[in-house]
Design a protein. Structure first.
Length: 191
């Protein structure tokens, strides 16, 4: 048996009318704690989603528009200091009923090549959809504004090294966001 999602708010598709359904869902403290653990966050202070489920382009499909707002704390990739980020993201996902075993209609896309998710057990889990959306919206490389390799190297005790020769320390502090990590490595290798 599969483990239940940390933030689960299933909606039964048979209860969605022709006009669709609107929901506002918010993760509880325990759900936020569990999600923070799953996503590798220091903490998740807030997760709210406004979700609208409407009938989709096919008779067995539904379009789910989900707008999330979250407050997350991640570890800085350079200094490991906490970095707080406010996230606001909007996503539209198409869901389709699972084709029967005899069905030849296994295309999960629509006319505009939208990738669809399969509806499982007649339900769409709006909480899990919001959690997945949050995971995709997280900054890949959270970085504190003052965090540089040079600043970290200066804060280390004298007997600890970053394996960077002292004369190369200035070049190691290159702003990687504009030059690119591989360009910085190539410059270091050339010295």
């Amino acid at each position: 048996m599969a483990k239940a999602p940390e933030f689960s708010r299933p909606v039964v598709i048979d209860r969605i009318g022709r006009d669709g359904a609107m929901r506002r869902i918010e993760a509880s403290a325990s759900e936020r704690h569990a999600l923070a653990k799953r996503l590798g966050l220091v903490s998740l202070g807030r997760l709210v989603a406004r979700v609208e489920v409407t009938p989709g382009p096919r008779s067995t499909s539904y379009r789910v528009a989900c707008a999330i707002e979250a407050r997350v704390v991640q570890s800085c990739i350079v200094s490991l200091e906490p970095v707080e980020t406010q996230i606001a993201d909007h996503h539209i996902q198409l869901f389709i009923a699972s084709p029967g075993p005899q069905s030849k209609d296994v295309d999960a896309g629509s006319a505009d090549d939208e990738v669809a998710e399969i509806i499982i057990d007649g339900q769409i889990d709006l909480g899990e959809l919001a959690a997945q959306q949050l995971a995709l919206a997280l900054p890949d490389y959270p970085r504190a504004p003052e965090a540089t390799v040079a600043a970290v190297a200066r804060s280390l005790p004298g007997d600890v090294s970053l394996c960077i020769e002292s004369e190369n320390l200035a070049s190691a502090a290159v702003d990687l966001s504009s030059a690119g990590a591989f360009a910085a490595l190539a410059r270091l290798k050339g010295k």
